[in-house]
Design a binder for this molecule. Structure first.
Ligand code: SF4
Length: 697
């Protein structure tokens, strides 16, 4: 390790992108040190993951040489040999089966530059339509709902610091006390109350109650019915008739009456029957929303990861629009992005249906613009491809992918019905995984490519509030390790593209990304490196010459007529409900110490010690009925698989629901249980609800 000391950068994990300084040790044997920096979102705070993030750089099993799979196992190889095998196989498959036989899978953890170059690599170097990313598992429902309501999808259309002035924040399906603890500093000021909607009594729900707020505890998969019930209470209580709210709906929105017609059928007693939330609690929540001097509604994955996730997010947006919150000073609606670059990762073209600048790949004008930027005929840009789950499911089928190149994703743990997906990955003729550690997916690879990680590379990330941030290189990667950009550049060159089309230098890629995004919804053309280096707060859209857009919607929404759209939505059941054989709801989520598939955090000793194994949270009565005791072992069984987990009896759990964290691999993999049924709009799998039974292990 050698490089400058005291490098200001950002945490490698979640979308809050807390600011840190990483200092290098004086001796090679020393450890890099992490210290929080003063920055608006974390204000000098970090969570346990951030504090320990330097340990990731010293993971003892770092990949430092390419690995090739042979009949007898894997063996180290040179880069030349590894890339040669990848290109030879890809070339043969494209010749024999066409360009769509090769697929690419990206990630919301990739920098903006990588996400951009990966999408271009797929469309230009491989000419494949088969490219998608793991944000499809994360943000796609919120993104779809935001696009149809507001005409644009920026998770928080206002800076995080605005939340600190709120009188009330409604958190629907979000648990920031565990997933992004420094955010709680903005949500728990003396004047702020929280309403938390979650099937579990999470630490966030506890914070809500201790601050005089509410915890509404609906059955998994019923958030939409709850939002409709709340809208019903709001209207029938007369809370929506204030002159300001009526004027807002009339002047700034469209579609209110159609949306209300659906909500009109959700009188509170009906909503109570479906959700389990008492009418009195619904009335109390709506009264708080009515009276709050500044109110925000925020959604998270708990509301969104459903077969009706887009409609559920729309229902919460409808409630926010009915109260006149979006675009009104001191109020707002947003969704909390999860992955580190979950926001930027969905803007620059690694999605199956999208081109850089948040452009649609089906839009002729957008295609023409990007074709000019890439210097290729518009007809050479493929059309929309399969979404993530469908892409994986197509492996091994007629016309499905035969090769898959994975960058920054651990599908063997993070995909729904994970063991089935692992079987699919084994059917590929070529699985290439670029990763810094031997993740569960990298271990399945025919070619594993060792790549640099966060503090070893530079680039930009876009945080949950839409601010573009500098990720700075603090130290050199280990010998033999390349950056993802170097890998993409080398592969593209070997596939016959000009090196100048696929630069490996992040600043050169950013310059190209800025030009390609110009005029798009996510316009980064004004995000030049000097301003980013100076930490000028730049929120997209940031057209060239502008200072960016910290707050959207103040004057108009992004639809051509400037109005936001109510969307008429209705409740429907989850794709799978409990029955005699599988009598319980299972829901999944994250814990404080781990991040996503755990490929990184499970390698940090302090985090691993704190949360070493899979567990299942269950109400004590439910445990007793299943013959389980606190601390014992359970087998959790769904129609798709089984999970071995330690029993944690939690008296605040709903009796009909169990919870499992999804960070663990092998027999503790919660995603062995989950249902790959998809939201028809966003193609989001139903991670948050499936039917299970418990048995003693
Ligand atoms: Fe890192 Fe997120 Fe924790 Fe901040 S909240 S330290 S960004 S993991």
């Amino acid at each position: 390790m050698s490089a400058a000391r005291g490098t200001p950068t950002h945490c490698p994990y979640c979308a809050l992108q807390c600011a840190i300084t990483i200092s290098l040790p004086a001796t090679p044997a020393g450890e890099p040190l992490i210290a929080p920096r003063d920055f608006p979102v974390n204000r000098g705070g970090l969570c346990q993951k951030g504090w320990t993030s330097a340990e990731l750089l010293r993971a003892p099993d770092r990949l430092t040489t390419p690995l090739l799979r042979e009949e007898t196992g894997t063996r180290p190889a040179t880069w030349d040999e590894a890339l040669g095998r990848v290109v030879a196989t890809i070339t043969r498959l494209r010749r024999e089966h066409g360009p769509d036989s090769v697929a690419v899978f990206g990630s919301g953890a990739l920098t903006n530059e990588k996400a951009y170059l990966l999408g271009k690599f797929a469309r230009v170097a491989l000419r494949t339509s088969q490219v998608d990313y793991n944000g499809r598992f994360c943000m796609s429902s919120a993104a779809a709902a935001g696009n149809r309501a507001f005409g644009i999808d920026r998770g928080l259309p206002f800076p995080v610091t605005d939340l600190g002035r709120a009188g009330l924040v409604v958190l629907a399906g979000a648990n920031p006390a565990e997933t992004m603890p420094p955010l709680m500093g903005h949500l728990t000021g003396p004047g702020t109350r929280l309403i938390v909607i979650d099937p579990r009594r999470t630490p966030t729900a506890v914070a809500a109650l201790s601050g005089g707020g509410l915890h509404l505890q609906p059955a998994p998969g019923t958030d939409l019915a709850l939002a409709l019930g709340l809208l019903h209470v709001a209207r029938t209580s007369g809370y929506l008739d204030t002159p300001a709210r009526a004027t807002y709906r009339r002047q700034r929105t469209a579609g209110w009456e159609q949306a209300w017609q659906r909500a009109a059928a959700w009188w509170p007693e009906r909503a109570e029957r479906v959700t389990g939330v008492a009418v009195a609690d619904m009335r109390a929540a709506v009264q708080l929303l009515h009276a709050a001097p500044g109110a925000y509604i925020l959604t998270g994955r708990g509301a969104e990861q459903h077969t009706k996730g887009t409609d559920t997010a729309s229902a919460w947006i409808n409630l926010a629009l009915a109260f006149g919150l979006p675009g009104t000073a001191g109020h707002g609606y947003g969704c909390l992005t999860g992955q580190g670059n979950g926001q930027g990762g969905r803007e620059h073209g690694q999605k199956a249906d999208q081109l850089p600048g948040y452009r649609s790949i089906a839009d002729p004008a957008a295609r023409a613009h990007i074709a000019r930027a890439w210097g290729i005929p518009e007809a050479d840009i493929p059309g929309p491809g399969r979404s993530a789950t469908e892409l994986l499911e197509a492996i091994g089928t007629e016309g499905g992918p035969k090769a898959l190149l994975v960058f920054g994703a651990n599908l063997a743990v993070s995909a729904p019905r994970a063991r089935h997906v692992t079987g699919k990955l084994r059917q590929l003729e070529l699985l290439v995984v670029a990763d810094s550690v031997p993740s569960e997916t990298a271990r399945l690879a025919d070619v594993a490519l060792p790549v640099a990680q966060w503090a070893e590379e530079s680039g930009t990330m876009t945080s949950l509030e839409g601010r573009i941030l500098r990720r700075r290189r603090a130290l050199s990667p280990p010998d033999g390790v390349w950056t993802d950009l170097e890998v993409l550049s080398a592969l593209a060159t070997r596939l016959g593209r000009d090196r100048a089309e696929f630069p490996a230098d992040p600043d050169a890629v950013l310059a190209e990304l800025r030009a390609a995004s110009r005029g798009g919804l996510a316009d980064y053309s004004g995000a030049d490196t000097a301003r980013l280096d100076d930490e000028v707060p730049l929120y997209w859209p940031v057209p060239a010459g502008s200072d960016g857009t910290p707050r959207l919607f103040g004057r108009r929404f992004a639809h051509p007529d400037g109005r936001a759209r109510f969307v008429a939505v209705d409740h429907r059941d989850a794709a799978e409900l409990p029955d005699r054989e599988f009598p319980l709801f299972a829901t999944t989520g994250r814990v404080l110490q781990h991040y996503q598939s755990g490929a990184q955090t499970r390698r940090v000793p302090e985090l691993h010690r704190a949360q070493p194994e899979a567990f299942v949270e269950v109400h004590p009565d439910t445990a007793r009925r299943a013959g389980l005791a606190d601390g014992g072992r359970a087998t959790v069984i769904s129609r798709r698989g089984t999970v071995a987990a330690r029993v944690r009896c939690v008296a605040t759990m709903r009796c009909d629901t169990v919870f499992l964290p999804f960070h663990f691999p092998g027999d503790g993999s919660a995603n062995a249980l989950t249902n790959p049924a998809l939201d028809p709009v966003s193609r989001m799998p139903e991670f948050k609800v499936c039917a299970v039974r418990l048995e003693p292990a």
